[in-house]
Design a protein around this ligand. Structure first.
Ligand code: ZN
Length: 313
């Protein structure tokens, strides 16, 4: 039985320097910082959420900039989200190449894939970021910093999971979430859920060398999928447990509620609710401006603020 997954919710990465991360997300990619908070599991580290104006699920890219905690670099490999792809309008890639190069990044062309062109850039932490040019993304973009509506990022396009056994991962995603095969090429299977297209797609890529991934700086920590209600999330959790899959309790992330578990290939999956969203603790026009803490950390605010590196934007 599959459960009603709406599409991707967010992608979360283990990053390096906080200021460089903000500069890349906000100034180079032109995303909106919709929340500046701390890692709820490690309050010594920021948690930045980037997205569209409202921080709509499916547009969210989030980072833990761990530089000051001496977290070692991660290993890219099987059992990991190895590429995060953002969607931009068809015809805008030349503008993006110039823009990213002007910001000091190295940009390369990726081979056309499933009829769409894309470029690849390594972010300041070494995360592999793609911009995919697509005609099929009608989401309204956030525009800032000199990026106009004709080229601005629309949201997450897809993620690529590198897997030793793609068939096993696909079977899991099909069984539990209802993903179906949208297209296939060269060791890569594109699967999608709740329709298809940007924000609803995942590529499962066959590992060429079998090297196992290890999380650390410069690697994606997990990918989250969106579910509409708390009730549906509880039903999914109960069913996963019943079939022997280890899954966390529902965890309050302030802006959504989450459960976590690993797919058979090792990628950490999260299923997160759409509600309550990012306006729960600051108004729309203030999103991202102040350091927001979960209620249980407010007592530690002075200590937290004294240890986080100063950032400006
Ligand atoms: Zn998450």
């Amino acid at each position: 039985m599959s459960f009603p997954i709406l599409g991707l919710h967010h992608v979360t990465a283990t990053a390096n320097d906080a200021q460089a991360d903000l500069d890349f997300g906000m100034k180079a990619l032109g995303l909106r910082l919709v929340k500046k908070t701390v890692n709820f599991d490690n309050r010594g580290v920021y948690h930045f959420y980037y997205g569209d104006e409202h921080g709509t699920p499916g547009t969210l890219w989030t980072t833990f900039p761990y530089k000051l905690l001496n977290v070692p670099p991660g290993v890219k490999g099987a059992g990991q989200v190895t590429t995060t792809s953002f969607s931009v309008p068809a015809g805008s890639l030349d503008i993006w190449k110039k823009r990213l190069r002007d910001h000091g990044f190295t940009v390369t062309d990726a081979p056309p894939r499933f009829g769409e062109e894309s470029i690849v850039v390594a972010d300041p932490s070494g995360l592999v970021i793609e911009l995919v040019a697509t005609k099929s993304d009608s989401r309204a973009p956030w525009t800032s910093g000199g990026i106009d509506v004709a080229s601005a990022v629309r949201g997450i396009h897809s993620v690529t999971l590198t897997e030793a056994n793609p068939d096993v991962t696909f079977a899991f995603m099909q069984e539990w979430f209802g993903f179906g095969v949208a297209d296939e090429m060269d060791g890569r299977t594109r699967v999608s859920v709740n329709g298809s297209g940007p924000g609803k797609s995942v590529d499962i890529l066959k590992s060429t060398d079998g090297r196992r991934a290890h999380n650390g700086v410069g690697t994606v920590h997990h990918v989250a999928m969106a579910i509409a209600t708390d009730e549906q999330q509880l039903e999914l959790r109960a069913a996963l447990l019943k079939s022997g899959i280890s899954v966390t309790p529902v965890i309050d992330r302030s802006y959504f509620h989450s459960i976590y578990f690993r797919e058979p290939g090792g990628v950490l999956f999260e299923v997160a609710t759409v509600e309550p969203g990012f306006m729960v603790d600051e108004p729309l026009n203030e999103l991202g401006k102040g350091l927001k803490l979960p209620p249980w950390e407010e007592v530690n605010r002075a200590d937290i603020e004294s240890h986080l590196p100063p950032v400006k934007y």
